[in-house]
Design a binder for this molecule. Structure first.
Ligand code: ASP
Length: 460
């Protein structure tokens, strides 16, 4: 029997109506496009006669139901901060408790929440760490959901294992998850936290339930890692720049990484790598629109079907700095690239791109990373390289991504023509051998026009 590992987070966890939908999804009572047994694009590994089941569920703490609402995790962090500063925390904790009580009442379940709250409060007052307090949102929510769905509650304590430095122990975690879950036909597992060797609670970064989901999916060899949250899927471009960009239906992990690299990351790397390495498809979905097939991310471009457009997406940021070094006979000089890069390494600055001419070399870095250090970096470059000139400018970078670009003539031409028509001059071009993306640099003030022009060139 196949397995879908589902992680639920965001708004759908805070709202009773959405939680009822989750029950239907888990029980397979409703047909959801994009999932096994339906006609819309099948997920590799989920199609077939025996429909895969959602037997193991990872859950995050209740999110915001509206703009004015509070995330439970934020409130828990506030409780800790109040305790730390000797300010009464009880009122804030009361809001947390009431929210959970309302969810339990709305779902019509009876569990001893008062006892749980009391135990948490005791620990809060007697040295409960920030991570412990923050993790209780996931813990209580998993308890409620286990009761509602009649599934086993399996704590993440002892399942997600960190070493004494707080680094995830992947192999041990993998084994611990498998050994425990094999004892359970069904289970609800709280996301976001695990344990340190001394038994105390350690949380991941914010949004870390996604990481728990990926780790459980990998350990249990799931056919798909389904991530249900606030967004129905990833968009081809930033909606703040392009009006109503289309949703990406399918893409590869390599494309997702390209699109997350420049600009705002679509998902934290840590929540992608476990499933990517294991070749497990990731499916982004939202309970708010069950008719939306979401975004499916797979390993191989050949897994991608129904692809209409050559362009998968365009991401970018206007916030880069370019250091250009000019000197006659720079090209051909041995070790000069290393010397230039060592300046940035000494400042602990990661280099994004190094486009070059014969006797000039440009180093592109995040503008934030060099803020306040530009003059010293230029001095250092002058000292080490003795250039005729060093120029520092701002540049915007765009990553134009499409696995369909591979061995297809005309995609670069289409992109450049779109920019030329807008009168935008290119400051930099970079295409790697994978041929799945082209990185372009333009003046920061032309960035948004450039993104719109490229999107329009492919999508009309
Ligand atoms: N509840 C945690 C947070 O708000 C983790 C998560 O939602 O994934 O960051």
């Amino acid at each position: 029997m196949g397995l879908i590992l589902s992680k639920f987070g965001g708004r759908c966890i805070g709202d009773v109506e959405e939680l009822a939908k989750i029950k239907n999804i888990i029980r397979g009572d409703i047909a959801i496009p994009g999932t096994a047994g339906t006609t819309t694009p099948d997920i590799p590994g989920t199609a077939g006669t025996s429909a895969p089941e959602r037997r193991y569920i990872v859950v995050s703490a209740p999110g915001k139901r509206s703009e004015e609402d509070q995330k439970i995790t934020d409130l828990l962090y506030l409780c800790f901060s109040n305790i730390e500063h000797n300010v009464p925390y009880q009122q804030v904790f009361q809001v947390v408790c009431e929210r959970f009580l309302a969810i339990a009442a709305g779902l019509g379940i009876r569990i001893d929440l008062a006892g749980e709250f009391l135990a948490i409060q005791k620990k809060m007052e007697h040295g409960g760490t920030e991570d412990y307090i923050a993790s209780r949102g996931e813990y209580i929510m998993a308890k409620i959901l286990a009761a509602y769905l009649d599934m086993d509650f399996v704590d993440a304590e002892g399942l997600i294992l960190f070493d004494k430095f707080g680094r995830l122990m992947e192999e041990e975690t993998d084994r611990a998850i498998r050994e425990e879950l094999e004892k359970h036909e069904t289970a609800i597992i709280p996301g976001f936290y695990g344990t340190l060797p001394d038994g105390s609670i350690k949380t991941f970064v914010r949004g870390g339930s996604d990481i728990t989901g990926a780790l459980v999916a990998k350990a249990m060899h799931a056919d798909v890692y389904e991530n249900w949250g606030d967004r129905s899927g990833f968009l081809m471009a930033d909606p703040a720049i392009v009006e109503n960009p289309r949703q990406i239906e399918h893409m590869t992990y390599a494309e997702l990484r390209e699109l997350s690299y420049i600009g705002s990351p679509m998902m934290p790397e840590a929540s992608i790598f476990p499933v990517r390495r294991a070749g497990i498809p990731l499916h982004i979905r939202s309970t708010e629109d069950l008719s939306n097939p979401g975004t499916l991310i797979t390993t191989e471009p050949s897994d991608i079907r129904c692809k209409e457009s050559e362009l998968t997406g365009v991401a970018g940021s206007a916030n880069f700095a370019v250091f250009s070094v000019f000197r006659g006979l720079l090209g051909g000089e041995k070790g000069v690239l290393r010397k230039i890069l060592s300046v940035f390494e000494d400042w602990d600055i990661s280099v994004e791109h190094v486009p070059s001419g014969i006797d000039s070399l440009s180093v592109i870095v995040s503008a934030d990373a060099v803020e306040g250090k530009e003059d010293e970096i230029v001095d250092e470059l002058r000292r080490k390289i003795r250039p005729e000139n060093v120029v520092v400018e701002r540049v915007a970078l765009m990553n134009v991504v499409g696995s369909a670009f591979y061995h297809r003539p005309g995609c670069a031409a289409k992109t450049m023509t779109a920019l030329a028509k807008e009168g935008i001059s290119l400051r930099m071009i970079d295409q790697g051998a994978s041929e799945i993306n082209i990185i372009l640099g333009v003046a920061p003030e032309e960035f948004e026009t450039a993104v719109r022009a490229i999107y329009k060139a492919f999508e009309g």
